[in-house]
Design a protein around this ligand. Structure first.
Ligand code: ADP
Length: 274
């Protein structure tokens, strides 16, 4: 750790006002260029990702036409068309969500957001997937915990974490969603007993469109945008998101957001659902 010694950006600190202004302008330009590069990259990635489901739907539509006198084949192809259009809708929704968040600007007028409601909605959005895999999603936390933020964004972030926990877990396992207050912040944790994440991939999973070895979960049809949305929501709220994971054992994602103390808060450790 650095203990003493000169500040890292010495020239910026000792520069007279005129050169400081120039330095600020140069930094501004560099920042603008970087944002522009990220934006260009994002548009290129989105276009690429959109091509896959659109291409599949076109091919399937042609297959339906060719198979007009085979009702069983028509049924099969049109079902796959529905799956692909759901995937397309999900992708477009996530792209819209992400493009709203990408500036990481702090929220202009944060509201009081009750986490018990947020967690209930987040769990509800994965209820069908969890039910289909016989995964039990348990919510725990003291009722009434409130954060300062944007309810839609916080719900989207928690919903993405729960959806991942369910996606990347085996049938019959358990997912725990909990919230607790620690020193002015609220930690929302989503713990699963799923496939886990290889150590060397952990640093990359929050990048846009990054998916750990798509072959290992081809059937789950993710977009690689979920965690990047979670990361940006954390940033706009002045919080952060961390992960612990062990391959084959499971993962814990913890989203930390600023706490807003209210009288609604009840004593800790009351299970909301079982
Ligand atoms: P995706 O749409 O692929 O789920 P995300 O951005 O949400 O995209 O996640 C990025 C990658 O991180 C996923 O492709 C998956 O490999 C890995 N991942 C995310 N959450 C989990 C989890 N709970 N367990 C195991 N792997 C996960």
């Amino acid at each position: 750790a650095r203990t003493s010694g000169p500040p890292r950006n010495v020239s910026a600190r000792v520069a007279p006002l005129g050169s400081r202004l120039v330095l600020a302008l140069v930094e501004d330009r560099t920042r603008e260029r970087r944002i522009e590069a990220v934006r260009r990259d994002f548009v290129a990635n989105v276009s690429h990702e959109l091509k896959t489901p659109v291409g599949a739907i076109k091919l399937l539509a042609e297959a339906v036409q060719d198979a007009a006198d085979d009702p069983e084949a028509v049924h099969r192809f049109s079902n796959r068309m529905l799956t692909e259009s759901d995937r397309l809708t999900h992708l477009v929704q996530q792209v819209i969500e992400l493009s709203r968040l990408q500036g990481d600007e702090p929220l202009e007028s944060p509201e009081r957001v009750r986490l018990d409601a947020v967690m209930a909605v987040a769990v509800d959005t994965s209820a069908m997937d969890a039910g289909a895999k016989d995964i039990r999603v348990v919510v725990e936390g003291q009722p009434g915990i409130t954060v300062l933020g944007n309810e839609e964004q916080v719900t989207a972030a928690v919903a993405n974490l729960v959806a991942n926990a369910v996606h990347y877990s085996d049938p019959g396992s358990k997912v725990l969603v909990s919230a607790k207050v620690i020193e002015g912040f609220v930690e929302i944790s989503v713990v699963d007993q799923g496939i886990g994440i290889p150590k060397h991939e952990i640093d990359r999973i929050f990048e846009r469109f990054y998916r750990v070895d798509p072959a290992r979960h081809r059937s789950t049809g993710g977009t690689g945008l979920g965690l990047s949305i979670v990361k940006h929501v954390a940033a706009t709220h002045g919080g952060d998101v961390r992960v612990w994971s062990e391959e084959g054992q499971g993962s814990t994602f913890t989203l930390t957001l600023p706490h807003h103390a209210t009288d609604d808060e009840e004593p800790p450790a009351l299970p909301l659902t079982g």
